[in-house]
Every structure is written in structure tokens, then in C-alpha cells.
Design a protein around this ligand. Structure first.
Ligand code: ADP
Ligand code: ZN
Ligand code: MG
Length: 492
């Protein structure tokens, strides 16, 4: 957990945080952005390299068309405007993992601008502006540990050099660590839906730099920001921001000044540390990349890319709520991944009652998955299996209690529901009504007032009696059968 210097509520309330995020996502192309080397993760170090990505003199970059299409698709999903002409630029700096001595990026003419993401905020919505999305190449990796004889040594792996990145820069529109967390969650979800990146944070396919400043509430101008570099989980971004807000307030309250700098977050300590004073844009001596032509994505190409844009999570949630009568919370769970939503929809189209399918996912599936530390994709019960079980409950063939037991068995044996149901000999709940009849008689005798109301025309009273039966049978009774038996007796 983050250990934050405990500031009083009053002091915290005096300041307003301002946050802007820079997110890098690796694009899932098979080859690098300017050469044909493989982008595969985890290959032996320095095996996927060539004169171009090693930056050997005289080697010339050739732009990967797929990288452009992926970046443009992501930009469209983020509601950005695509610039028909964008320019690659050299960003010059020295670092051991950057053999060329410059990174090919985009500067004053990026691929896309003026986008936004809607985030959810306690029921309401807030638009977070996206300043720009540009294409650039990744740098290599410095390894400080985990290889033979690593004491006081650093090794360089250049396999990552030249892997295509989309950098997505937000406006300084966020006002709390929670908003930043929400923005990142939505951003990742959208990118995953487009399929242009796997957004795997452990493998570094999604990386976030968080910019943060504080200002006195009511003050117009922004304060000086610091930049927390390369935090590797959204939870840590939130914690790092929480810490940094308090640190900055303390500095200001004690009469100090915030220096514009890059900081590192130490998740073990829950603290940020100054790393280096932040470069200004002019330190990089940007200039147009002379080895690459301006990138032209004309209207025709844009239209072709746009045609491959899938339905995005927010729109899909709304539509699914309408189509299947499910709640916002159901829709949220069922759209967590695109695969999941696809599976649910193909199952729901054939289900007797799609709402029950959604309910079962929430009430019976997720808890069991969580208990075993499984993701939805790893569930032994497929969406088709959930649908089959929902239909059995719907028709009264099995009770809710039986379903729970069968689900337990599915998890125990790692078997999907239809197969397990077969293996168990297609059990059905008893349609023997004698016990039910007896219970119904007792209930009718014990509740004369309700019987009277029912017979006076208040037919909804049947719900009360069915409820009593379910209670008395501890959920074992078949509600449909109970309904039939009770109706007959009450009418009789
Ligand atoms: P730099 O040139 O230092 O990289 P940019 O203007 O490119 O700064 O902004 C980088 C990121 O920092 C953007 O996401 C932007 O929204 C955010 N940002 C800019 N100014 C501030 C500020 N005063 N406080 C917090 N975030 C800021
Ligand atoms: Zn290469
Ligand atoms: Mg910048």
C-alpha cells in the first residue's frame, strides 16, 4: 500500500490536483515499424535485430503499413481526427538502449488529434480530452538484473527497438487519481476492443507516464507538474498520484517550489523519487526525419480503416441493455472483453431468457471464478453452457439449488455444463406434487387474510404464497410447479 504523508482533510481540500496521462501502447504488428524484424516478445535477447533497428549508418527505414492502420484505428476509436498528412520527426537523445541516438517519432504534425474518452464518475459522465495520438518506435530494454553475473552490470536487449508504438496524450483534464484510474481502464478497454494491442502491462505493451500538478482551488493557472515515469499497473498509477499530490502540497505549504522533473514510483515503499530534471521539448532538437516521406492517410484509406472499426464497449453496453433487457451492471460485466461479449450474445440469441443467462453469469459464475483465481476466459463453463443451464432452470427441469450443485461439479471436474449434465444422467427435479400439495394446504390454512385478498381479485398474492413455499422448502421446490399447485388450490 501507498504510504502517504498524512495531510489533514482541510489541507487536501485547499488544493486541486491536475492530471494528464501519456500512454504508450505497443501495436500488434508481426514486424517492426521500419524494418522486417519480428516483434515477438520473449525471444532470446538481440536476436530480432537488423541494420535498420540497430541504427547502423546508411540503413534506411521503410514504414510498416499495418502499423499506420492500427494506430489510425485506435485513433478513430478514441474519437480523434486523423491528419491526412503527418510528419515523422527525430527526437534526439542519448541512452544506451537507443543505438541510433534518436527515436523516430512524430512531433508537431501527429497522425491524429482532438479525441476524447467518456469516463464514468459516480453515476455521471465526464469527457477527458485526448490531445493527440502519434506513431513512434520503441527503444530497447536495459536489464539490470536477472541475467548471469548481473552484479553491477547492465545488459541491453535490442529486440524491442523499433517495435511500433502509439503514444496517446491526454489533456490535463483529470482532477483526481480515481479519474486517472477510470480513464486508463476505459482507454485499455477501447484499445483491446480494436484489437490493435494486447495491452499486456507485464510485458510492457501498455505503459503509462502520469503528469501531475496541484493548484489552490479557485486558481486559474496550472501549477508546475512532475512526471511519474513508467508505472506498471493502474493501481500503482493511482497510488503514485495519491502520494505525489500530498508531497507537492507539503512542498508548497512549507514555502517551497515544485521543480519540473521526472520521478520514479517505488511501489514497495509507496513513494516517488526524483529521477532527473525534465527535458524541455527544445532539448530534443526535434527535426523532420529526412529518411521518411510525409505520411499521407487520404480519405479513401481512412474510410477503409474506419470500416474495420468494431462496435465499441460503451455503445455495446447500451445496445445489449436494450436488446436483452439486462441491467447496466450485467452489461458491464459481460462486455469486459470483446470475446466475452461475443460469446454472451451468440448464446443469448438462442436462450429462452437472456436475462437469466446474464444473471447466472453474475450470481453463479463470477464468484466461483474469483474463488479459484480464474479469468472469465478460463471458465470451465462456457457461455453456451451457462445458456443450457439457464434454459433448464427456465423450463423448471432443474431447481436453482440443483444448478448450484451442478456448477460446483463443473468447477471440480473442469467440465462444461452440457457434458457434465449428460454425465450426471440429466437429473431433473421431482414433479411429484404430493409434498407440495401438503405444504400448500398448510400455507392456505395459516394465511387466511392473504387467501381472502387473492380470492377478492388480488392475483399478485400468488407471489407471496410461492415465496412462502420456497422459504419452507429452503429453495428446493420448483417455483413453477409450486405456482401451478397453489393456483389450483386458491382458485378451487
Ligand atoms: P511536456 O512538454 O512537458 O511533455 P506536454 O504539454 O507535452 O508537456 O504535456 C504532457 C502531459 O502532461 C499531457 O498529458 C498534459 O495533459 C499533461 N500536463 C501538461 N501540463 C500539466 C500540468 N500543469 N499539470 C498536470 N499535467 C499537465
Ligand atoms: Zn530490424
Ligand atoms: Mg510531451
Amino acid at each position: 500500500m501507498a504510504t502517504t504523508p498524512a495531510l489533514s482533510e482541510d489541507l487536501l481540500a485547499k488544493y486541486e490536483p491536475v492530471i494528464g496521462l501519456e500512454v504508450h501502447v505497443q501495436l500488434l504488428t508481426a514486424s517492426k515499424i521500419f524494418c522486417s524484424c519480428s516483434t515477438r516478445f520473449g525471444d532470446p535477447p538481440n536476436t530480432n535485430v537488423c541494420p535498420v533497428c540497430l541504427g547502423l549508418p546508411g540503413a534506411l527505414p521503410v514504414l510498416n503499413r499495418k502499423a499506420v492502420e492500427f494506430a489510425a484505428l485506435a485513433a478513430m476509436a478514441l474519437e480523434c481526427r486523423i491528419n491526412e498528412v503527418s510528419i515523422f520527426a527525430r527526437k534526439n537523445y542519448f541512452y544506451p538502449d537507443l543505438p541510433k541516438g534518436y527515436q523516430i517519432s512524430q512531433y508537431d504534425k501527429p497522425l491524429a488529434e482532438f479525441g476524447f474518452i467518456d469516463i464514468d464518475l459516480n453515476g455521471g459522465k465526464k469527457k477527458i480530452g485526448i490531445t493527440r495520438l502519434h506513431l513512434e518506435e520503441d527503444a530497447g530494454k536495459s536489464l539490470h538484473e536477472g541475467f548471469a553475473d548481473s552484479a553491477h552490470k547492465t545488459a541491453i536487449d535490442l529486440n524491442r527497438t523499433g517495435v511500433p508504438l502509439a503514444e496517446i496524450v491526454s489533456e490535463p483534464d483529470m482532477r483526481s487519481p480515481e479519474e486517472a484510474y477510470e480513464y486508463l481502464t476505459r482507454l485499455k478497454e477501447i484499445i483491446l476492443y480494436t484489437g490493435v494491442s494486447d495491452c499486456n502491462m507485464e510485458e510492457g505493451s501498455l505503459r503509462c507516464d502520469a503528469n501531475i500538478s496541484v493548484r489552490r482551488r479557485g486558481q486559474k493557472e496550472f501549477g508546475t507538474k512532475t512526471e511519474i515515469k513508467n508505472v506498471n499497473s493502474f493501481r500503482f498509477v493511482k497510488q503514485a498520484l495519491e502520494y505525489e499530490i500530498e508531497r507537492q502540497i507539503e512542498v508548497l505549504e512549507s514555502g517551497g517550489k515544485i521543480t519540473q522533473e521526472s520521478r520514479l514510483y517505488n511501489a514497495n515503499e509507496g513513494k516517488t523519487y526524483g529521477m532527473r530534471s525534465k527535458e524541455q521539448a527544445h532539448d530534443y532538437r526535434y527535426f523532420p526525419e529526412p529518411d521518411l516521406l510525409p505520411l499521407v492517410v487520404d480519405e479513401k484509406w481512412q474510410a477503409a480503416i474506419r470500416a474495420s472499426l468494431p462496435e465499441l464497449p460503451e455503445a455495446r453496453r447500451q445496445r445489449m441493455m436494450n436488446d436483452y433487457g439486462i441491467t447496466a451492471s450485467d452489461a458491464h460485466t459481460l462486455t469486459l472483453t470483446r470475446a466475452m461479449a461475443d460469446q454472451f450474445e451468440s448464446a443469448a440469441r438462442t436462450a429462452k431468457n437472456p436475462k437469466r443467462v446474464a444473471n447466472l453469469v453474475q450470481s453463479e459464475l463470477l464468484g466461483r471464478l474469483k474463488a479459484q483465481g480464474l479469468e472469465l476466459e478460463q471458465s470451465p463453463i462456457s457461455m453456451a453452457g451457462v445458456t443450457a443451464s439457464a434454459d433448464l432452470v427456465e423450463s423448471g427441469a432443474i431447481s436453482g439449488k440443483m444448478l448450484k450443485d451442478l456448477y460446483d461439479l463443473c468447477f471440480e471436474r473442469k467440465q462444461d455444463f452440457p457434458a457434465l449434465y449428460e454425465a450426471e444422467g440429466r437429473p431433473e427435479q421431482s414433479r411429484d406434487t404430493s409434498a407440495l400439495e401438503k405444504l400448500a394446504d398448510e400455507l392456505i390454512a395459516a394465511n387466511p387474510k392473504q387467501v381472502e385478498q387473492y380470492r377478492a381479485g388480488k392475483k399478485t398474492m400468488i407471489g407471496f404464497f410461492v415465496g412462502q413455499v420456497m422459504k419452507a422448502s429452503k429453495g428446493q421446490a420448483n417455483p413453477q410447479l409450486a405456482n401451478e399447485v397453489l393456483t389450483k388450490k386458491l382458485e378451487g
